[in-house]
Design a protein around this ligand. Structure first.
Ligand code: 13P
Length: 250
């Protein structure tokens, strides 16, 4: 059985004090829940705050970026061993904002996935299409191309633990959600692409998230889809009340 996983992507929001206040308000709201794996991915400067605030709570925390080399002359970058030193277990890779704004390409994303597995971290691999690509009927080919290129070289055992977030770019921060049926159609096709290359057993283990304007009003319908195992959430993860409502979805 695939455990549902709902991840906050705080993007470039919150001070350390705000991160701390969030945790103190959020943890009591979800206390005792075990159905969902809950994770918060925050800016680097908040990660040690999350390490102490979330200790013993069962809520994980992760980084939104890293450079896939242990150390070296890479001004401005942060490595996986540096993140592991403060207990980070999850890393987001290939978010469309990094692909678009910071020009990360498939080759760098593939290196990051490899490095994350080599370090024993849990990657959250993001894929997604532009509106124009969707209108041209290229959604599945674009997303499966991004996904299969990123996982090149992984073993079957590594593949089984993969988390893939399908985030249509036109649905991020716009209030426009793909319908649950649209999201299921794409994610089902991505799972099928994994089945064709790695076999059904591997494909059935991979967890897929949907991301793009997920909110308390649409989480239940999304999570009811057979291939959707979770959500990667921006805006609605910034407030303890709305993020807890997502975790406690019915
Ligand atoms: P929103 O939930 O704000 O649309 O952001 C989605 C996203 O990019 C999560 O990674």
């Amino acid at each position: 059985m695939r455990k549902p996983i709902i991840i906050a992507n705080w993007k470039m929001y919150k001070t350390r004090a705000e991160a701390s206040a969030f945790c103190q308000a959020f943890l009591p709201l979800i206390e005792g829940q075990e159905k969902v794996e809950a994770v918060i991915c925050a800016p680097f400067t908040q990660l040690d705050v999350l390490a102490s605030e979330l200790k013993g709570s069962g809520v994980g925390f992760g980084a939104q970026n890293f450079y896939p080399v242990a150390e070296g002359a890479f001004t401005g970058e942060v490595s996986l061993p540096m993140l592991q030193e403060i207990g980070v277990q999850y890393v987001i890779i290939g978010h469309s904002e990094r692909r678009e704004i910071f020009h990360e390409d498939d080759s760098l994303i593939q290196q990051k996935v490899q490095a994350a597995y080599a370090a024993g971290m849990q990657p959250i691999l993001c894929v997604g299409e532009h509106l124009e690509q969707r209108d041209n009927g290229q959604t599945v080919s674009v997303c499966s191309g991004q996904m299969l290129s990123a996982v090149e070289g992984l073993t079957e055992e590594q593949m089984k633990t993969l988390i893939v977030a399908y985030e249509p770019i036109w649905a991020i921060g716009t209030g426009k959600t793909a319908t649950a049926a649209d999201a299921e159609e794409v994610i089902g096709a991505l799972r099928q692409a994994i089945a064709e290359k790695y076999g059904r057993e591997v494909a059935d283990c991979v967890r897929f998230q949907y991301g793009g304007s997920v909110k308390p009003e649409n989480i239940s319908e999304l999570m009811a889809q057979p291939d959707i195992d979770g959500a990667l959430v921006g805006g609605a993860s910034l407030k303890p009340e709305s993020f807890s409502q997502l975790i406690l979805y019915k």
